[in-house]
Design a binder for this molecule. Structure first.
Ligand code: C2E
Ligand code: CA
Ligand code: CA
Length: 375
């Protein structure tokens, strides 16, 4: 099977890198518009899909069947099935005939994650649906929280935290998206919008830490895509810190190490979030060549006076100094917390004592809205 210009491999690679793809096609499968999910993902090459044949992405038998079935679909009706590929795993394909422009069809290809994490239950499905809806329909905001020098309180940079309309905390949607392998969508958007804001505001003291999930870090094609997104913006690379969250969940440490190196080679700093939350944190630090780590908030909140915690923090902070990496303490709520960090030698601090996360209006102002009402 070849695409119109014979460049089949390139097209397939591109589609898989996108992880999820939503395009408008004609009845032959030719891509007419790629401004739905594809641009929601800020896929830098989304428009290059136009004119390609999207049916090339689907296994041969299914694509032949689909070609026959397209015209049989009534306006607004959908077809959905799972496409099992030997190499790449499984993908869900959904095609809908446009209710108004009946010559066109919306095609959604969503890849299920390589690891066999089957959706736990219906409740999880609903959360994932809410996540996708918020991300696709722009019901997403960003809050910025300062990270300061522990000793002086001087602002070092701000962390960008996702906020979903109608949700008190982002945690439920984010963890459901991680479990279902969809978190990369948010990570693309946050990195792209963060890089755009840095390019818009050249003040060197304006620096941002953006979170990406450990789940994305273990998918090399996602990391390559994140680097391509960064490469599309002009800003001093040292002004961006990428925090790897859920680092307690990293399973494929070799792949994660490749991901860290790839991100760092693009010039940004990489920091390990939630350090100490899981038993394997030290292994990660040994394997991942990061620029910094952030202590898990439990170091302060579990019991600030706990001498074990403070001894651990002190020795980890010291190790960071020796490794030449920066350490940050979070959930600093009281002056006592700040003192504990200072005493332990943790250079940076973040928490309500210095500033709560504040919504940054217009953080995503550059985004075009995604296609509505599909999938
Ligand atoms: P995190 O990266 O560890 O972020 C710090 C969390 O601590 C944030 O919760 C923040 O609002 C909260 N926090 C800040 N200061 C204090 C304090 O003094 N006391 C207490 N008790 N909490 C404080 P939030 O915003 O609910 O985010 C929760 C988690 O969701 C984040 O934990 C991160 O793992 C994830 N997350 C948030 N935004 C993004 C994102 O854009 N992308 C990804 N992949 N994950 C994100
Ligand atoms: Ca973080
Ligand atoms: Ca954290």
């Amino acid at each position: 099977m070849t695409s119109p210009d014979g460049n089949e491999d390139w097209f397939r690679d591109l589609a898989f890198a996108a992880a999820d793809l939503l395009v408008t096609i004609d009845a032959q499968g030719v891509v007419l518009r790629a401004d739905g999910d594809a641009s929601m993902l800020h896929h830098p090459s989304a428009e290059r899909l136009i004119g390609k044949n999207a049916l090339e992405l689907i296994s041969e038998g299914d694509s032949r069947r689909l070609r026959d079935d397209l015209w049989a679909l009534g306006p607004g009706r959908r077809l959905a099935w799972d496409d099992i590929l030997e190499i790449e795993g499984q993908r869900r394909i959904l095609v809908q005939r446009d209710p108004r422009q009946t010559e066109t069809f919306n095609l959604l290809v969503s890849r299920t994650p390589r690891t066999n994490r089957i959706r736990a239950n219906r409740a999880d499905d609903i959360l994932v649906e809410r996540f996708r809806d918020a991300v696709m329909n722009g019901r997403l905001k960003a809050a910025l929280q300062p990270v300061v020098e522990t000793r002086t309180g001087a602002v070092s940079h701000h962390e960008v935290l996702a906020r979903f309309d109608g949700e008190e905390s982002p945690v439920n949607l984010i963890t459901a998206a991680e479990r279902s392998g969809q978190i990369c969508h948010l990570d693309y958007i946050m990195i792209d919008a963060g890089a755009h804001r840095l390019a818009q505001n050249p003040d060197p003291s304006f620096r941002l830490a953006v979170n990406i999930s450990g789940e994305s870090l273990q998918r090399y094609e996602v990391v390559e895509e994140l680097c391509a997104v960064i490469a599309g913006h002009a800003f001093g690379r040292t002004r961006m810190i990428v925090e790897i969250t859920e680092s307690a969940e990293i399973e494929d440490i070799e792949m994660a190490a490749r991901g860290v190196n790839k991100l760092r080679s693009s010039g940004v700093s990489v920091s390990l979030d939630d350090f100490g939350a899981g038993a394997a944190s030290f292994n990660y630090l040994r394997a991942l060549d990061v620029d910094g780590l952030k202590f898990d908030g439990s170091f302060l909140t579990s019991s600030p006076e706990n001498s074990r915690n403070s001894a651990l923090m002190r020795s980890i902070a010291r190790m960071c100094l020796e490794l030449g990496i920066a350490s940050v303490g979070e959930r600093v709520e009281t002056e006592q917390d700040r003192k504990a960090l200072q005493y332990a030698g943790v250079r940076f601090a973040q928490g309500y004592l210095f500033g709560t996360p504040e919504i940054y209006e217009g953080f995503f102002s550059r985004r075009r809205p995604g296609l509505r009402g599909v999938a």
